[in-house]
Design a protein around this ligand. Structure first.
Ligand code: THU
Length: 133
């Protein structure tokens, strides 16, 4: 469970990140906000490529950025994704596997849009029986 003030900050960060998306091929901006245990929020956006398969999703950008910044890999608490518009979407399969690498099974994951609604899962609900050694 994430407290409302933190959720508000995550939404604000995800919206700002979505405005930075490089998505000229899909015209589908996505913003992500990764909440760390110490309260800091790491943003991510989708970064597309003319060679379409090289696209990096917003969720993975946020997680990879946290790792690149040297933040504690066990310190990831929650992720919120924001996709502008009136439809609630869900994180893609590749991102679920990457999130599972770092977020604990009970971590809450949120998806929202411009409706006053959220989808919410735990990490374990989002990717049951994901790949692991
Ligand atoms: N996208 C994300 O950033 N996250 C997801 O979970 C689903 C899809 C991006 C990838 C691509 O740039 C655009 O949305 C359309 O698929």
């Amino acid at each position: 469970m994430i407290a409302q003030p933190d959720l508000d900050r995550m939404l604000e960060a995800a919206k700002r990140a979505a405005s930075h998306a490089h998505c000229q091929y899909s015209q589908f901006p996505v913003g992500a906000a990764l909440l760390m245990d110490d309260g800091q929020i790491i943003p991510g956006c989708n970064v597309e490529n003319v060679s379409y398969g090289l696209t990096n999703c917003a969720e993975r950008t946020a997680v990879f950025s946290a790792i690149a910044q040297g933040l504690p890999r066990k310190g990831m608490r929650s992720v919120l994704i924001y996709m502008p518009g009136q439809t609630l979407y869900s994180p893609c399969g590749a991102c679920r596997q990457v999130l599972k690498e770092f977020l604990p099974p009970e971590a809450p994951i949120y998806a929202t849009c411009d409706l006053p609604e959220f989808k919410q899962w735990t990490m374990a609900e989002l990717l049951p029986d994901g790949f692991d050694f």
